[in-house]
Design a protein around this ligand. Structure first.
Ligand code: IPE
Ligand code: IPE
Ligand code: MG
Length: 237
């Protein structure tokens, strides 16, 4: 089949990993790696926009990343606020709708307000849904969905029998979105680190030793090319 005719992924997820090692290689503090990593975010969002990818999910901060030194955590939150400050207009111009996956209540007031404002400002955009995992964990997301459904049963709003795949998915942060087609993890680690556990059920995995700050539009296109050569069977023959 001509590769131009091959199907593009509708939903790409990226575990943006390797910032610390990128900085270490240059004898710089880890914060420099994070700062450089943020620049890649806007580039990759724009690349997805150009490629007509309708859904992009980026892992920015996990429920486990609170284990890091306080200074690193506050620097990451600062970089998140700077990202919004610097790029929100550009995101709007590119038709990007921002959706946060994760519990924003645990973020500081300033960060939470900026994030929620950004979500509000982009809510009517339609070209590209950008999910950002912020204080996100796949297990946490599944637990929350289970609790929400249990509460509905307890309140007699629904019957236990009504809990099917669709009902469950309506309680996830990715409500009304297609599942992940392609999961990209740079930095050489071969694991999913609690990212989108439900949504990746039939995703194609693409791993690379490239560190996130070195990840370019070409890297993304390479991953998509590889994806297009995969034979997805979904359990069929
Ligand atoms: C990813 O880079 C950024 C976040 C997890 C926030 P890391 O900070 O994990 O970089 P490495 O894995 O130490 O190189
Ligand atoms: C995953 O990277 C989380 C994000 C990229 C936000 P980590 O660096 O936290 O994952 P582990 O510790 O290598 O599994
Ligand atoms: Mg890491």
């Amino acid at each position: 089949m001509d590769s131009a005719k091959k199907e593009m992924p509708k939903h790409i997820g990226i575990i943006m990993d390797g910032n610390g090692r990128w900085a270490k290689k240059r004898n710089l503090p880890r914060t420099y790696g994070h700062k450089e990593g943020v620049k890649r975010v806007i580039e990759i969002v724009k690349a997805c926009y150009k490629l007509n990818i309708p859904y992009l999910s980026l892992y920015a901060f996990s429920t486990e990343n609170w284990k890091r030194p306080e200074q690193e955590v506050s620097n990451l939150m600062f970089l998140l606020r700077s990202f919004i400050d610097q790029y929100l207009d550009e995101l709007c111009e590119n038709g990007v709708k921002l959706n946060i996956m994760g519990d924003v209540l645990a973020l500081g007031d300033k960060t939470r307000e900026m994030v929620m404002d950004a979500v509000k400002r982009t809510e009517s955009n339609k070209d590209l849904v950008l999910n950002i995992g912020l204080n996100y964990g796949g297990q946490d997301e599944i637990l929350r969905a289970a609790k929400a459904l249990a509460q509905k049963v307890e309140a007699k709003e629904i019957n236990v029998d009504a809990i099917d795949k669709e009902a469950f998915e309506r309680e996830l942060y990715t409500k009304n979105q297609p599942p992940l087609d392609l999961l990209i993890r740079p930095s050489g680690e071969l694991r999913v680190s609690n990212f989108m556990l439900w949504q990746l059920a039939y995703a194609e995995f693409w791993f690379s030793d490239i560190l996130w700050p070195d990840f370019t539009e070409e890297t993304l296109k390479g991953a998509i090319d590889d994806y297009q050569c995969r034979n997805r069977r979904f359990g069929g023959v």
